[in-house]
Design a binder for this molecule. Sequence first.
Ligand SMILES: Cc1cc2nc3c(=O)[nH]c(=O)nc-3n(C[C@H](O)[C@H](O)[C@H](O)COP(=O)(O)OP(=O)(O)OC[C@H]3O[C@@H](n4cnc5c(N)ncnc54)[C@H](O)[C@@H]3O)c2cc1C
Ligand code: SF4
Length: 470
Amino acid sequence: MQNRLSGRPKMPQRPPKERIKDFEEVPLGLPEWAAVEEAKRCLQCKKPQCVQGCPVEIDIPGFLKLVAEGRFEDAIAKIKEKNSLPAICGRVCPQETQCEEKCVLGKKGQPIAIGYLERFVADYEREKGIRPPSAPSWNGHRVAVIGSGPAGLTCAGDLAKMGYQVTIFEALHAPGGVLVYGIPEFRLPKSIVAQEVDYVRSLGVEIELSCVVGKTLTIDDLREEGYEAFFIGTGAGLPYFLNIPGENLNGIYSANEFLTRTNLMKAYLFPEFDTPVKIGRRVAVIGGGNVAMDAARCALRLGAEEVCLVYRRTKKEMPARVEEVERAEEEGVNCIILTNPVRFIGNDNGWVTGIECIQMELGEPDESGRRRPVPIPGSEFVIPIDTVVVAIGQGPNPLLLETIKGLALNKKGYIAADPQTGATSLPGVFAGGDIVTGAATVISAMGAGKRAARSIDLYLKDPNKFPQWR
Ligand SMILES: Cc1cc2nc3c(=O)[nH]c(=O)nc-3n(C[C@H](O)[C@H](O)[C@H](O)COP(=O)(O)OP(=O)(O)OC[C@H]3O[C@@H](n4cnc5c(N)ncnc54)[C@H](O)[C@@H]3O)c2cc1C
Ligand code: SF4
């Protein structure tokens, strides 16, 4: 058996032909010897740039040194000083644009595989049994967190570690936000999300499910119940549509509905679970982000014979993680680039049968810094199709926001909050994650939850530290 690495290790993964037949996890994790060898490559920099690239401030060289010494339990304890969701982050964080992008070894060679090692120690601990944390005594204050995605879980966990009594209120019947309803099982097994949520619970956090704040109860009700501060982490779960003719035809899903049916409601196990999802022989997914990749790969596993991804720029501009694009292509997803839908075509029964598209070329950069796609006149063509999934982004759900009088929103309808403290326009109300930034990443939502926890602590100890609310 090989026991020496020649550079950064490759993640072992299941072969494409096998994995597209089920929803089991695709990457298999590093073997122990490879994890130790890789951690030994770390230079233990005095001023570690990698830490600056980590929104939750993990002591990366500290945990890598422990891995290199084979002290895996101590390594996971070091990570958990800052991050209560390491098995999740080790799987879905875009490390290539965060900690690993900053690693000095990346300047001349390959950066340390920090994400793979985070996953390794988190999995090691899970197999051995997760050590329960010691709970601090209650400091007398109660905080309400709205939404149980990565932002809410992090804020709640950090506050609990400081001695606050925290309750998370979650609209869905399962905690985890996008981690349970969006990201598929083959990328992030739900048993792992459940275990990390249980870890947050073991810190003393209570989670009330099926409670839509704004409908079931309001922030004012919660204030009357004795909650003194609030963190809103309700995410961006409202799907955007293309707004082109034919979009109401049967067989056209928003990615949100398609992925929620498939993942949270377990449509891939129908009829054992009672939510179906109708899938045709030929499926088109519109978009180029992680959501689009997930939808395309789910469609394959649900039995589609051909799955294509229709994207208006080139592969270089796709917002999805590079390794997820590679995996989708290995599995047979066909990326149709520089192409934009202009209308959907249907049959007499009202079902979609095709997408009329127009070819695009790249023009000058737009406000996102990417070159703007421009239609090529007269280049229209039709892709025959049975099912479409629209995965072009999400926005803020207005339900809660409309019930909070005086909560300032920005131009796009997201909560206006101070990026450093998470403070909103209302005293004692903080916000963070996708509901403030728009659809972003798990780790940036966690970073916002962490910063808000610090601010809530500061606020409850001395409200004068927030002069804007006086
Ligand atoms: C399909 C998909 C794949 C993705 N893949 C990746 C990836 O690989 N890597 C990555 O880093 N990021 C990925 N992302 C983005 C990432 O998941 C999000 O940026 C992140 O989950 C945002 O966290 P959040 O806590 O702000 O919100 P969410 O995760 O959206 O959680 C918000 C929670 O609030 C609840 N809620 C909403 N309104 C109310 C209310 N009124 N009352 C009570 N509860 C409410 C919701 O039900 C939800 O559970 C992906 C997103 C999607 C959709
Ligand atoms: S920057 Fe890279 S080499 Fe330096 S401490 Fe961080 S992981 Fe190790």
